[in-house]
Design a binder for this molecule. Structure first.
Ligand code: HXC
Length: 271
């Protein structure tokens, strides 16, 4: 009905633009660590809207499974599985999750390595174990995610390779791609975020900042005013970049750090 479709498009518009064609990720599978979290769930939701099935990974069983159930309602026929009790620091956990994903959904075409640890702490407050925990979750966790999914990603990449002679684009769509979610803290350094800055320097890719969590509202208003684009980033911005990178449009982009931050980090005192 009209009401249903207009409600659906409103919901869709919360985390993605309407510029992307329906169905571009039909029959594709995305595997995402941290997939129940604020940023990664928006990335996965955008891909589901455009046809993908998804496997989201998390440490918290209830949170992960309930996010997966909710995501499955986004598009009729969408298959979404949530695998909880997975610690990205443990390679065997991820290997088992990747195997289950392939068994239940048939493949892994895209990976989003999004699981991360974060809290504010000065160097004085930060214990050696706290620093190590963030390194292990962010850097080792991203590596483990890559390592556990690589055989499937390579298989998908081979299947969806562009013909370099004819430049015929991607039979059956794109595949074999991974995004590591990062930040810009380490471009300038950030007080209370030394551990995360070091970790993100190791990952160095896409991310967004937790403004609501970190700033009081009056500081937030001043911050927004000072931004080059006059607004703060939205998870939708990250979701749109994700769609671009995983689509045919992004097929010639590789090994790059795509900063989606409205030029924030370039400003003096950037956040
Ligand atoms: C100081 C802290 C702390 C805090 C934990 N620790 N929280 N130290 N301040 N707020 C210390 C603990 O005391 C302990 O050290 C060590 O860290 C390990 O903590 P554990 O509780 O044992 O848990 P663990 O399972 O290892 O998990 C650690 C964790 C994790 C990193 C705190 O629970 C976590 O990440 N939670 C938040 C997840 C999150 O917000 N993710 C979104 C990331 S957003 P000791 O010495 O006592 O043993 C993101 C974007 C970045 O990454 C850009 C933002 C601008």
């Amino acid at each position: 009905s009209y009401i249903l479709s207009s409600n659906m498009s409103l919901a869709k518009n919360q985390y993605m633009s309407d510029v992307w064609k329906d169905g571009i990720f039909n029959n594709k599978v995305v595997f995402c660590t941290g997939g129940a979290g604020t940023i990664c769930s928006a990335q996965v939701r955008a891909l589901i809207h455009l046809g993908a099935n998804a496997c989201i990974i998390g440490r918290n069983v209830e949170k992960t499974e309930s996010a997966a159930r909710d995501m499955a309602t986004i598009r009729p026929g969408a298959k979404v599985i949530g695998i909880g009790a997975v610690d990205v620091r443990k390679f065997d956990d991820l290997k088992a999750a990747a195997e289950r994903c392939v068994k239940e959904l048939g493949a892994i075409d895209f990976v989003i390595a999004g699981a991360a640890g974060n809290f504010l702490a000065s160097i004085e407050q930060l214990s050696v174990n706290a620093f190590k925990s963030v390194m292990d979750i962010d850097i080792l966790g991203s590596y483990n995610t890559l390592k556990a999914t690589l055989p499937y990603l390579m298989e998908s990449g081979k299947k969806h390779k562009m013909d370099s002679e004819t430049l015929q684009p991607f039979p059956g769509g794109t595949g074999g791609r991974i995004i590591f979610v990062s930040a810009t803290l380490h471009y300038r350094g950030m007080p209370f975020q030394a551990h995360v800055s070091v970790a993100k320097a190791g990952i160095d890719s896409l991310s967004n900042s937790g403004l609501d969590r970190l700033l009081p509202s009056d500081a937030k208003a001043a911050y927004i005013k000072s931004q080059p684009l006059g607004r703060v980033g939205h998870v939708r911005d990250i979701a749109d970049a994700t769609v671009y990178l995983f689509s045919e449009s992004g097929s010639y982009v590789t090994g790059q750090t795509l900063v989606v931050d409205g030029a924030n980090w370039r400003m003096s005192g950037g956040f």
